[in-house]
Design a binder for this molecule. Structure first.
Ligand SMILES: C[S@@+](CC[C@H](N)C(=O)[O-])C[C@H]1O[C@@H](n2cnc3c(N)ncnc32)[C@H](O)[C@@H]1O
Ligand code: SF4
Length: 368
């Protein structure tokens, strides 16, 4: 009974998708979903998700961010509209585009033009990004919505001024919250808004307060995510890593219950195997979610965004499709499916347990 209901729902979802995106993109969706289960080395499907780093510049220096710990200031810049256009022209059938990478997207002065261009090319695609909120004025939110932006995640990481200052190095939490509240209550069009938090030792006692703050501001969703172990400082232990795992478990469960009671949509992307030893999301980036740096270079994912150290090729010079089934991608996929962790993926949560690597639990992962 439950199985037949699930099949019916799936069919009606696919029919809805075919009406919105057309038959070819729906067929691609099916092929991509099958690929996530079967993990082929060479792909017939195009990625459904794309992450584009519209800038690698930033106006904050958050303690947990690899931009602060590993980034090279001399290799940073904004993507130009021309490169953005060229990059996009190499893709087909994508459904979701994330316009942030390792940097602050609102620092790119051509961001609105990029959203508009994307919207013209693909009216049905979902477009979103995360921001630190410093430049997110109410007018900016209206302009972006009018350009066609669907979603913004505002990364706050804290419910108190002290913790915000400790993690994000800024004393502007109140101002950012006030701007978000003005956007929420304003008459103009606006993108959907979420506030996000990376679960870390300094904020684990603020998880419930964070959910309550999100509800009080009136955003559409609160999202938690675990700290990426790929981004820890080169010098050993990450000082931001959760040490009190019991408290993290208890407080996050309380936060989830609180969100449910308040009727606030809540998502928690659990990655940290110290806190959640049973949770494993196998890598889907190599099969469905490429990353493009501000210069137009292709890298495997957001945890490996440094093209100067490792790149799959330059999209200004070679078509995406050629690289997608090129030698390096094929080698990495072969290794992962055979349980060999590629050198560059060493330490990643999504590569650690190849025995489970054929079971993907992340149907809508990436839509942060
Ligand atoms: C790198 S930031 C770029 C966008 C923007 N500057 C911002 O802060 O939202 C993208 C997302 O990664 C999150 N992030 C930063 N460091 C992280 C880490 N070590 N592990 C997991 N997520 C992290 C940020 O909180 C943010 O939500
Ligand atoms: S998390 Fe975002 S705001 Fe903070 S340093 Fe990284 S890119 Fe900048």
């Amino acid at each position: 009974m439950a199985d037949s209901l699930r099949s019916k729902n799936r069919i009606s979802r696919l029919a809805g998708m075919a009406r919105r995106h057309g038959a070819a993109s729906t067929w691609n969706h099916i092929l991509a979903a099958v690929s996530l289960r079967t993990r082929p080395v060479r792909l017939v499907s195009w990625p459904r998700f794309i992450q584009i780093e519209v800038t690698s510049r930033c106006n904050m220096a958050c303690v947990q961010c690899s931009r602060s710990t590993l980034g090279k200031p001399e290799c940073q810049g904004n993507m130009s509209l021309d490169v953005f256009d060229r990059v996009l022209s190499g893709f087909k059938h994508y459904q979701y585009v994330t316009l942030h990478g390792l940097g602050e997207p609102l620092m790119n002065p051509q961001l609105e033009d990029m959203v508009r261009l994307l919207r013209q090319r693909s009216p049905e695609v979902v477009v979103g990004f995360n921001t630190n909120g410093l430049l997110l004025t109410p007018q900016k939110a209206i302009d972006l919505a009018e350009a066609g932006l669907d979603e913004i995640g505002i990364s706050l990481d804290a419910a108190t001024d002290e913790t915000f200052l400790r993690i994000r190095g800024s004393d502007k939490l109140r101002e950012i919250k006030k701007n978000i509240a003005t956007i929420v209550s304003g008459p103009g069009p606006r993108p959907k808004l979420a506030v996000t938090l990376v679960v870390m030792e300094p904020n684990i006692r603020e998880l419930v307060a964070f959910v309550e703050m999100a509800h009080a501001i009136g955003v559409d969703r609160a999202s938690f995510c675990d700290l990426s172990s790929r981004w820890k400082p080169a010098s050993g232990e990450d000082p931001m890593a959760v040490r009190d795992v019991e408290t993290a478990r208890e407080e996050s469960a309380k936060a989830e219950r609180r969100a449910s009671k308040l009727g606030l949509p809540f998502v928690y992307t659990k990655l940290d195997d110290a806190i959640w030893p049973d949770v494993f999301i196998p890598c889907f980036y190599l099969w469905d979610y490429p990353y493009i740096t501000w210069e137009g270079k292709l890298t495997p994912c957001c945890a490996l965004p440094y093209a100067e150290e490792f790149s799959l090729g330059d999209l200004r010079e070679r078509p995406f499709r050629e690289l997608w089934n090129g030698k390096i991608y094929r080698r990495m996929r072969t290794d992962l499916r055979e349980g060999v962790i590629p050198d560059v993926c060493e330490g990643c949560h999504h590569a650690e347990d190849p025995a489970l690597g054929h079971v993907c639990t992340c149907d809508d992962a990436g839509t942060s």
